[in-house]
Each structure stands twice: as structure tokens, then as C-alpha cells.
Design a protein around this ligand. Structure first.
Ligand code: NAG
Length: 679
């Protein structure tokens, strides 16, 4: 929560804890198994207990509920006694859901979250799952600040949201375990510190979406726009490999519900994988904790199935869908043995992996202090023309990989003045012009200062030396941040920390930056208040907002973030913060095309530009699926336009894309899904 304009409020706090520490609960380091598994060296700076984020004193508070059973009165959630609870009526009548409990703090406070402790007596009956959290100033008008689903266990749950002044807080229980009504032993409200309303004009951070897991990896599904997220075999840790994956599905445009699933049928712990969306919009997940396996999520059937095993076990590799629809992967010494993680390629039609001995990993290694275990991680890969893959980083060295025959590789120099940029971001914001923005990263995976450097790489034909330009830098150095290309070609970067310390919410960056290719400037946007660092993700949604979530997966640590937030860019808002009127695409002459096809789109009002953005997948700062194609318009009558898909599979990769139309004010429509059929 500390925002740049809050520094005076936080002057005292800053003596105790770095100003940039934001909403940091009293710091709990990861347990020894996590420290060992990730080779973590804890940050050396001293930590103090922050004032902000701690529980507000509950003196004089009252609680009311819509239903009570006997002695299980609502005030029990405020009594500091975890043996007493609030419970709704279960006998003689089992009062039906939903149920509400409302806390009156009897004074205005700035709050930024609540914690809910389920019953501690060994029973799981009454654990609240699906829920909504509201705040109110007057006890009459309630505003939604968080919603989603909490994990069904007895650990303390939280809903963290943007700081807001309020007197009342209400939890609505929509589901619970046990079918006898919800209960809870303690509810606390976290101190949001000082409050200055976020300024208009820089976008908005919306209500929090609570997940029953730390969402470390995510992919968005064509047509429905639902987001599949997953952690590891466990919702809160990854150490060990139990051959299963805890997942959830969030329905952003429909019911806004979060549904849970543990995927066991593939025997694959999909933590720390490579991810690529194939030509049919399926998500291919490779390696990770179960390093040799590959799994496929099929959105049409909402099901997971096994793909053929890779030849080389991997974790932390990257993969990229190629122009012919095959999927290339390289690197990944984090799991399945050290070194030799040369390229191989998956053919989704034949369900086979083929080694590419001509695609050695050695030319793309960084010089990481932790050696090969880290040096081949998280490649910046771009499928390009004629089956080629351009590797833009994170090594300072750039390479072309060819996927024909037994593969090929040629080095094409270094990324100008940049250094190795592990866990930085690379985004193809204009595929027609071959333009890639790179931002941030660090010479070493951890314990090193991150860079604020930005570069523009322009690629031409496969094998040719790209042009690299050093751009104006970001305001903030970042590692473990995420970048998303928006329909208008600007690139949104959020989160990260200035010194890479996995599983420690330290040295945090809360202020997103928006890069505009037309001006080559980064603009600072409205900060959010939840750390998004190691194990976070961001994805562009079909409504042109950005989902930013996750962070942690370190068991009992304080850096776990079981949530995500929606950022609404300013293009969707009027100057006063109200929603802008969006143009609507009312008709598309085709939803399935091949490169070179021309399609007609009708809109309800005039629009001035359109673009295609490929559906994204993200984990560990890697999103090789997103890329943007600007679509020049030709008029086909009043509010009717023709656009032509670039006639090259290397630019217009097979698979599903979101087509957006922007009006003269830059307001984007909702996307329509366009499938570019593979060759
Ligand atoms: C709630 O906050 C109080 C401090 O006001 C603290 O003593 C207590 O441990 C907290 N309870 C839970 C369950 O977090």
C-alpha cells in the first residue's frame, strides 16, 4: 500500500521497514525445505514488523449475522478465542445459503484486508469456500472489495484489497464445507495505513479475486475467456513431487466464480513448467516438478490429458509455438538433471517429441552465479517465419534456432548495452514489424540488483542480425515482474522487485509502467498494494483489462498470495474514473481464417483501428504466446471494415487470437475470438 504520495504518512513506518515493503504482513521466511529446494540465500537486510498490514485492535467492535445457532454468536469471531465460533442455524432448520456476517468497527478505519480463521476443532464443517467481501461507510451501502473461493482447510484465510476507509465489513458465505452452514472462529481486519484516494487518469485496480491456491501459472481460454491457474501438488508449496496438480478455473466474463480441481489423471506435477498454446487453443504444459511429463488442457471439454513424454526432462524451460504449429522447447536445468537441455520439438498432430541436436542450449546460457541450474532458465522465445524460433534473451546473447530436420542454430550478437536479464520480460508488441520490447531482469536469478533497462529488438528474416536499440529506461528496476501487450500496442509492466529474493516480499515495486511505442516513454500508473514478485503472472483478458496475480508458494511463509487483481487501463475509463463507452463488434464475417484472408467486421459506432492479440499463458515471467498484430482498416461501408490477416504463419502464428476494435478515443471493444487455422 505505500504509494509514492503517501510518504509523509509513512515516515515513521519507514524507519522500521523499507518504504517499498508495502502490504507486508509480519515477515515469515520460507521453511527449510523450500530454502533448500530453491537454493535460497535469505536477504541480508534486517526486517521489522510493519505497522501497515497488521491487525487493527478490535476494542468496541460488534458483529451481527443473518443466522445464529445457540451460543455460536457472531461476536465470537472478535473474542480472540479460537475455541469459540459463529455458526449459522443448522437445527431444527438448516438455514439455506448464502449467509452473512457483518462487523461494525464503530469508527472509520483505513483497511486493506481481512483474515478469516475457520474452526480449529478438527472438523471441516462450515469452512467458507466461495465468498464475497464488502465494505461500507454507513452500514447501508456496501461495496464489493474481494470475491472468490478460499481453500477448504483450517488455515487462516485472507482477502487483501486496495486500502479504503470504512466502518463496516461484511463477509457473504456462498458455499461451505459440510452442508450445515458456515462458521468461523476469528475475523481480523488489517490496517491499511494512511489513505489518499488513488488519482484518476492512471487506470484502476479492481476488486481482488481470491483463489484456493497460489496461482503461479495461468492460461486464458479462447471463446469463454476463462482463466486456468495452477500451483503445484499443493496449493501452498511445491517441495516434493506428488504427481498431481492443484488447479482452479476463474470465469471472468460469466459467473465470476472460482472453481477448484485437483488434476490427478495425468500424474504430472505441473509446477515450474513450460507453457504454450497450440494451434487448437489447447494449453501444452511441459515438465516442471514431474520433469519428463507433458500435459494438455483442452478448453472445449475442460479436461486435462497426458501428452507424450519429452525426451529430455526439464523444469524452467521455455517453449514456443512455431509457424507450422509444432512446439519447440529448450533449457530447463531446474528439474530433471543439470545441463544438456538442448532443443526438442512436439508435433501435436502425431503426439511425438523429436530431439533437435542442431539446437544446442549452450549459446543461450546466462552467466548466473548459481551455474547451469539457472543459466538455461526461462528463455525469451518467439516462433517466427519458416519454422524458426528467435531467442531474444534472457542471456545477453541472441540466437536463431531452426526447427527443420535435426535443427540449426546461429548466434546473432548481443542485446546492445544490456546484460544478462534473467526473469526479465520480452513482448512482441508489433509482429508485422518484428518488434520486441525487453524490460528488466537481473544478471543472476537471485541476490542481485535488477535492471531498469529497456531495449527494442527488431527482427527480420530468420538468421539475420536483428537491430537492437537501447530505449529510455523504466523508472524502476525490476525482476520477477510481468508485461502484457495491450490492444493499442502499449506495453503494461507491473510488479517485480529491485533485488531478486524469491519468497521474500522485499524491495517491492508497486507502480506499474506503461510503455508507448509512439513516444518511447514509460508512464507511471496507479500503484496496487499486493506484492507481485516471484511466482506471479499477468495476462490480457478479453475485456482488454489485465489480470495480475500470484506470488509465493512457499508453504508457511508470508509471501504467499492466494489471489489476483484486475487492472483496468485508463483507455476503458473516462477522465472522472467512470467507465468509458466501448465500441461493440456486432459482426465478423469469419471466426476461422488462414493467413492472407480478409474478413469484414461491423461495429455499432465508428472505430479507427483494430488489432489481434494472441491468447496468453504465463508463469515465471514467461509468456511466449502473447503477441500483437496491428490490423490496418479499409472501409466496407458505414461502421463496416475489412482487415487482412498477415500472409505469413511466422507472424500470424496458428491458434486463437483476440480481435479488438478501438474508437477514436482509443477505447477498445470486447474481443472477438479469431482462430488462425494451422497449415
Ligand atoms: C487477530 O488480531 C489480534 C490483534 O488485534 C491478534 O492478537 C490475534 O492473534 C489475531 N487473530 C487471528 C486469528 O489472526
Amino acid at each position: 500500500m505505500p504509494r509514492p504520495w503517501m510518504s509523509s504518512v509513512l515516515l515513521f513506518a519507514s524507519l522500521l521497514v523499507r518504504l517499498t515493503d508495502g502490504r507486508v504482513r509480519p515477515l515469515v521466511p520460507p521453511p527449510p525445505d523450500i530454502i533448500a529446494a530453491e537454493g535460497i540465500t535469505p536477504p541480508i537486510e534486517p526486517f521489522a514488523v510493519p505497522i501497515i498490514g497488521a491487525a487493527l485492535p478490535r476494542n468496541g467492535w460488534t458483529a451481527t449475522a443473518d443466522s445464529v445457532q445457540d451460543v455460536n454468536v457472531p461476536s465470537n469471531v472478535l473474542d480472540g478465542n479460537t475455541a469459540t465460533m459463529w455458526h449459522t442455524e443448522w437445527t431444527p432448520v438448516n438455514a439455506p445459503l448464502p449467509h452473512t456476517i457483518t462487523i461494525d468497527m464503530n469508527a472509520m478505519n483505513v483497511l486493506d484486508g481481512i483474515t478469516y480463521l475457520p474452526r480449529q476443532d478438527g472438523s471441516s464443517n462450515g469452512n467458507i469456500g466461495e465468498h464475497e467481501v464488502y465494505i461500507s461507510v454507513d452500514g447501508t451501502t456496501f461495496t464489493l472489495v474481494a470475491y472468490g473461493t478460499w481453500l477448504d482447510d483450517n488455515t487462516e484465510k485472507s482477502s487483501d484489497f486496495e486500502p479504503i476507509p470504512a466502518r463496516y465489513i461484511r463477509i457473504v458465505a456462498l458455499t461451505e464445507a459440510g452442508n450445515r452452514g458456515p462458521c468461523g472462529t476469528e475475523i481480523n481486519v488489517s490496517n491499511g495505513g494512511g489513505y489518499i484516494p488513488p488519482p484518476n487518469g492512471l487506470g484502476k485496480w479492481g476488486p481482488t479475486i481470491d483463489f484456493p491456491l497460489v496461482p503461479v501459472a495461468a492460461s486464458i481460454q479462447p471463446f469463454t475467456g476463462k482463466v486456468v491457474v495452477w500451483s503445484s501438488w499443493s496449493a501452498r508449496t511445491f517441495s516434493a513431487n506428488l504427481g498431481q496438480t492443484v488447479t482452479a478455473l476463474y470465469d471472468h466474463l460469466g459467473s465470476k466464480t472460482v472453481t477448484q480441481r485437483i488434476v490427478t489423471n495425468t500424474g504430472h506435477d505441473m509446477f515450474c513448467p513450460g507453457i504454450s498454446l497450440d494451434a487448437n487453443g489447447r494449453t501444452l504444459v511441459t515438465g516442471g516438478d514431474t520433469s519428463q511429463k507433458a500435459s494438455i488442457y483442452t478448453p472445449s471439454t475442460d479436461s486435462w490429458s497426458s501428452a507424450a513424454n519429452m525426451n529430455i526432462p526439464r523444469g524452467y524451460q521455455a517453449s514456443a509455438t512455431c509457424s507450422d504449429g509444432r512446439i519447440f522447447t529448450i533449457g530447463g536445468s531446474w528439474s530433471g538433471g543439470l545441463g544438456g537441455k538442448n532443443g526438442e520439438i512436439y508435433d501435436p498432430k502425431a503426439n511425438t517429441w523429436s530431439l533437435l541436436p542442431g539446437c544446442p542450449v549452450a549459446p543461450m546460457l546466462t552467466n548466473d552465479a548459481q551455474g547451469i541450474w539457472r543459466q538455461d532458465n526461462h528463455g525469451w522465445l518467439f516462433g517466427w517465419k519458416d519454422g524458426s524460433v528467435f531467442q531474444a534473451g534472457p542471456s545477453i546473447a541472441m540466437n536463431w534456432y531452426g526447427t527443420g530436420g535435426s535443427g540449426s542454430q546461429n548466434g546473432v550478437g548481443s542485446r546492445a548495452s544490456d546484460g544478462d536479464s534473467m526473469c526479465g520480460n520480452a513482448v512482441m508488441f508489433d509482429a508485422v514489424a518484428g518488434k520486441i520490447l525487453t524490460v528488466g531482469g537481473s544478471p543472476d536469478y537471485q541476490n542481485a540488483g535488477a535492471t531498469n533497462a529497456a531495449h527494442l529488438i527488431t527482427i527480420g528474416n530468420p538468421g539475420s542480425t536483428p537491430q537492437v536499440t537501447t530505449l529510455n529506461s523504466m523508472a524502476y528496476p525490476r525482476i520477477f515482474h510481468n508485461s502484457v501487450v495491450l490492444p493499442d500496442g502499449t506495453v503494461f509492466t507491473s510488479g517485480g522487485q529491485s533485488i531478486g529474493n524469491p519468497f521474500y516480499d522485499t524491495n517491492l515495486e508497486f507502480t506499474p509502467e506503461l510503455w508507448n511505442p509512439a513516444t518511447n516513454k514509460f508512464t507511471q500508473l496507479v500503484p496496487n498494494s499486493t506484492p507481485r514478485v516471484y511466482h506471479s503472472f499477468a495476462l490480457l483478458m478479453q475485456d482488454a483489462t489485465v489480470m495480475s496475480g500470484g506470488g509465493g508458494l512457499c508453504d508457511t511463509c508470508s509471501a504467499n498470495h492466494f489471489d489476483a487483481q484486475i487492472y483496468t487501463p485508463q483507455y476503458l475509463l473516462n477522465a472522472d474514473g467512470s467507465p468509458a463507452t466501448r465500441p461493440v463488434i456486432t459482426f465478423a464475417s469469419a471466426n476461422t481464417v488462414v493467413p492472407g484472408n480478409t474478413i469484414t467486421l461491423n461495429t455499432n459506432t465508428a472505430v479507427t483501428s483494430m488489432s489481434l492479440i494472441r491468447y496468453g499463458s504465463a508463469t515465471h515471467t514467461v509468456n511466449t504466446d502473447q503477441r500483437r498484430i496491428p490490423l490496418p482498416l479499409t472501409s466496407a461501408g458505414t461502421n463496416s471494415y475489412k482487415v487482412t490477416i498477415p500472409n505469413d504463419y511466422g507472424i500470424a502464428l496458428p491458434g486463437f487470437w483476440m480481435l479488438f476494435a478501438m474508437n477514436g478515443n482509443g477505447v477498445p471493444s470486447m474481443a472477438v475470438s479469431i482462430k488462425i487455422n494451422g497449415p
